[in-house]
Design a binder for this molecule. Structure first.
Ligand SMILES: Cc1cc2nc3c(=O)[nH]c(=O)nc-3n(C[C@H](O)[C@H](O)[C@H](O)COP(=O)(O)OP(=O)(O)OC[C@H]3O[C@@H](n4cnc5c(N)ncnc54)[C@H](O)[C@@H]3O)c2cc1C
Ligand code: FES
Ligand code: FES
Length: 471
């Protein structure tokens, strides 16, 4: 059985856990406000809020339920646009209507739900944060300025929020329905219902994290497929520091990484990198393990952690196996991993005092796009010499690549402009990009060269830019 709360109502269902939450909401609960646009996580028309208890605090995240299986809703609170209706229009709906932020209206439920999520979040009430909350919602009619004005009005409603529990604040101020104040208790009660989905019953079942990759490819097939759900398993979650290592549970999401104080401390430009990875609802669902195991040659986190020489721990229920990420990829979508092994955790050495890190990504669109070419660079200096270096690159081969030759070539050498140009030439000898919809072979080669230079320019501002860029 799957137990969760849908708006105010407790749900216990024996429907297939692989069924999409979107289909359950629309066709089994007849809540048609949650729209179907792309069914691929791109448009945000199907956005719902997913509430859960973390350290006894209620947290809400926006998610696209066109990629979310019912199994991942277990023990959660799901809010649809109908759930936040009040007597007349609620203040969020009113702001959208007053500012002319809706025309055909197809996208509007998604925007309203995302903005309700902003009201329920612990984020500071700023216009930047309100606009960031709708970064996964696409509107084909309004041109966005009216939506931004509506977001500004909503920020004003949250002015006196301070440290109050968000659900209690918005219920008390009549921004959202009053029943939200009692959800925490309901979630505590529902978590005692332990006849949930079986986690390990079927050893031949496939693994599922957030579903943002698998459900794009085969949502019909997955409805009745045996699935081992990993997303909510506590032992696979969390990001901790152990000595000089950072340990990441394989089901940690991109948002978990983005919000981790450890990651923020060691990667000061983390937020800048993250803004170019999908959208808020996808980042709330996408796991780091899913990024590694889907083996996309352009997976942003695969490239990020290849440079950092991350280590992986796999389990099959009985035994444990460790493997460096750099040894995982054997060929296009071919991994050094047995079908019955799941990724349990990822660890890497935190950058030391003399170490620096950078990540670069170029896509056809600046926002909401996968990379044409992406690359990460970790470097440790000993005076003016490079004592250690790791360069990775995506979009330039059938697998996400660790550039062994180039990384080895610069190690032990003095950092000069000439060395950077030689490294760019060396990188060209170990990549094999193909021409496709994202760019020609020549363009991808040129791009990687420029991005390697960009790493050095970003990390060593003293270098003569002109000499590097134009030689
Ligand atoms: C709209 C949209 C935008 C996107 N933008 C980006 C982007 O900018 N950059 C980017 O890199 N990716 C992007 N993606 C791709 C995707 O979101 C990521 O690759 C994500 O990290 C996949 O994680 P998941 O948990 O959702 O994977 P899932 O779909 O759950 O699983 C993917 C694969 O990993 C396996 N798997 C998952 N967890 C484990 C585990 N612990 N052990 C063993 N196997 C496991 C599954 O069996 C499956 O084969 C985007 C996707 C969408 C839909
Ligand atoms: S229908 Fe477009 S994101 Fe779900
Ligand atoms: S109002 Fe028509 S798509 Fe947004």
């Amino acid at each position: 059985m799957i137990h969760f709360i849908l708006n105010e109502k407790e749900i216990s269902t024996a429907l297939p856990p692989g069924m999409l939450l979107l289909d359950f909401i629309r066709y089994h609960q007849h809540l048609m406000g949650t729209k179907i646009g792309c069914r691929e996580g791109d448009c945000g028309a199907c956005t719902v809020l997913v509430g859960e208890l973390k350290n006894n605090e209620l947290h809400y995240s926006s998610m696209t339920c066109c990629l979310m299986p019912l199994g991942n809703a277990h023990h959660k609170h799901i809010i649809t646009v109908e759930g936040i209706n009040m007597e007349g229009l609620n203040p969020i709906q009113l702001a959208m209507s007053d500012e002319g932020a809706t025309q055909c209206g197809f996208c509007t439920p998604g925007f309203v739900v995302s903005l309700a999520g902003f009201c329920l979040s612990r984020k500071e009430a700023t216009i930047e944060n309100a606009i960031a909350a709708v970064d996964g919602n696409i509107c084909r009619c309004t041109g966005y300025k009216s939506i931004e004005r509506a977001a500004g009005k909503i920020v004003q409603l949250l002015k006196n929020k301070n440290g109050e529990e968000p659900a209690e604040f918005v219920a008390g101020k009549k921004i959202l329905p009053s029943w939200l104040a009692s959800i925490k208790e309901k979630l505590q009660n529902i978590s005692t219902k332990t006849d949930g989905i079986s986690q390990d019953g079927n050893k031949t079942a496939g693994f599922l994290g957030g579903g943002t990759d698998l459900y794009v490819q085969k949502h019909d097939e997955l409805k009745y497929a045996p699935i081992r759900f990993l997303f909510n398993r506590p032992e696979l979650n969390g990001i901790t520091r152990q000595g000089n290592k950072c340990v990441i549970g394989a089901a940690a999401t991109v948002t978990d990484l983005q919000e981790s104080p450890i990651m923020q401390e060691y990667f000061p430009r983390l937020q800048q990198y993250m803004k170019h990875v999908s959208s808020t609802p996808i980042r709330n669902m996408a796991t780091i393990a899913g990024n590694f195991i889907n083996a996309s040659p352009i997976g942003d986190f695969t490239i990020f952690f290849l440079a950092l020489n991350a280590n992986l721990v796999f389990r099959d229920g009985k035994t444990k196996r460790e493997l460096p990420l750099r040894k995982l990829y054997k060929g296009y979508k071919q991994l050094d991993k047995r079908a019955d092994e799941y990724l349990e955790r990822i660890s890497f050495e935190l950058p030391g005092e003399n170490s620096k890190f950078n990540f670069e990504k170029v896509s056809k669109r600046t926002w909401l796009d996968i990379a044409t070419v992406n690359t990460a660079f970790a470097i440790t200096m000993n005076g003016d010499k490079i004592s250690d270096a790791g360069i990775s690159a995506g979009g330039v081969a059938p697998i996400p690549m660790y550039l062994h030759k180039t990384s080895g070539f610069i190690q032990g050498k003095k950092l000069t402009e000439e060395l950077i140009n030689e490294a760019v030439d060396m990188a060209q000898t170990e990549i094999s990009p193909i021409s496709d919809a994202r760019g020609s072979e020549e363009y991808k080669r040129f791009l990687l060269g420029q991005l390697i230079k960009a790493h050095f320019i970003e990390l060593f501002p003293g270098i003569k830019f002109e000499k590097i860029l134009f030689e």
